[in-house]
Ligand binder design. Structure first.
Ligand SMILES: Nc1ncnc2c1ncn2[C@@H]1O[C@H](COP(=O)(O)OP(=O)(O)O)[C@@H](O)[C@H]1O
Ligand SMILES: [Mg+2]
Length: 296
């Protein structure tokens, strides 16, 4: 799966139903519904529940009777960057879509930013999604919108009261933050793959998310661009662009460079989780076999 119409970072939904406002807890101190992207995130606390950013407990998911996740447990601590590694078809994208609430588990429980999403319907999930950013594989930009309008899109949707000069200021700070200048009027088709990823990251950061989900951010890039995206994600982490990042990838070098914790997804469960060094030294044969296929 790369992108689909149901990706929250994807196409505008059909119909003209009213947009929900972000939850009060997601509002910036100025009350404008989105934290300025260039401001450091305020210290945790202030009405935010404690506990991990994400927890999945005993999650099962099958498609057409073929199990993909088989009782998976995973905890993503707040403030951490956790990378789930797994082979092609192992269920990494399924795991992110479950975390985003785009699909439901067959069994098990998923909590995101203090909210048990398992029983929630689409509409009830929208306030939570405003607190999350999504960087989907292939960037999932709006093909017919300029770079400027792609990055402005979440602000227009969820911080509609922002005056245009403020939107422009934020869009330009976001683009600068991901290393892009003078690309406002370009269409996605006019950009390189690496630039499209950057625009996708800028858009994901627009509302000052507490949690960013990244699906294969280096996939499909040449080694130079993959290294640039790795550096960018490392810089964003150092700058506190979001409290927490959950990444899925098959790219071991990238995972080593950006992660506090690496989790290895094998046969529908997390076979091991720990610091990059600890996972590289994993005593589990299946983890070593997986890593051996990824090295180099
Ligand atoms: N919507 C779907 N319908 C049917 N099968 C699906 C669907 N989404 C994922 N799958 C299957 O689940 C497995 C894991 O997919 P995915 O999470 O995309 O793997 P990856 O680790 O490469 O991201 C694959 O076998 C895929 O075909
Ligand atoms: Mg995938």
């Amino acid at each position: 799966m790369t992108t689909s119409a149901s990706d929250p970072s994807g196409r505008p939904p059909a119909g003209g139903s009213p947009r929900p406002r972000p939850e009060a807890g997601a509002a910036a101190p100025g009350g404008d519904g989105a934290r300025a992207p260039d401001q450091p995130r305020a210290a945790a606390g202030a009405g935010r529940p404690a506990g991990p950013a994400v927890s999945l407990e005993g999650v099962w998911k099958a498609f057409d009777d073929a199990p993909v996740l088989r009782g998976l447990d995973l905890t993503v601590p707040r403030g951490s960057t956790v990378t789930v590694m797994g082979g092609s078809g192992s269920g990494k994208t399924v795991l992110l879509r479950l975390t985003a609430g785009l699909i439901k588990p067959d069994r098990g429980r998923i909590r995101v930013l203090g909210v048990d999403t398992t029983p929630l319907r689409e509409e009830a999930l929208l306030p939570l999604r405003c607190r999350m950013g999504f960087v989907f594989q292939g960037a999932a930009l709006f093909d017919s919108l300029t770079v400027y309008e792609n990055v402005a899109y979440p602000l227009r949707e969820h911080a509609a009261e922002l005056p245009e000069p403020e939107v422009g200021g934020r869009v330009h700070r976001l683009l600068e933050r991901v290393g892009l200048r003078d690309v406002d009027a370009k269409l996605p088709a006019e950009l390189s793959g690496g630039m499209r990823k950057r625009v996708g990251i800028a858009r994901a950061l627009a509302l000052g998310p507490e949690l960013v989900l990244y699906d294969e951010p280096t996939a499909g890039l040449d080694p130079t661009n993959a290294r640039l995206i790795t550096e960018l994600i490392g810089t964003l982490k150092a700058e506190g662009a979001s409290e927490t990042a959950m990444i899925v990838t098959h790219d071991l070098e990238f995972a080593r460079a950006v992660s506090d914790l690496i989790a290895v997804l094998i046969a529908g469960r997390i076979a091991d989780i720990g610091s990059p060094d600890a996972v590289l030294r994993s005593a589990r044969d299946e983890v070593q076999a997986f890593l051996a296929g990824r090295a180099g």
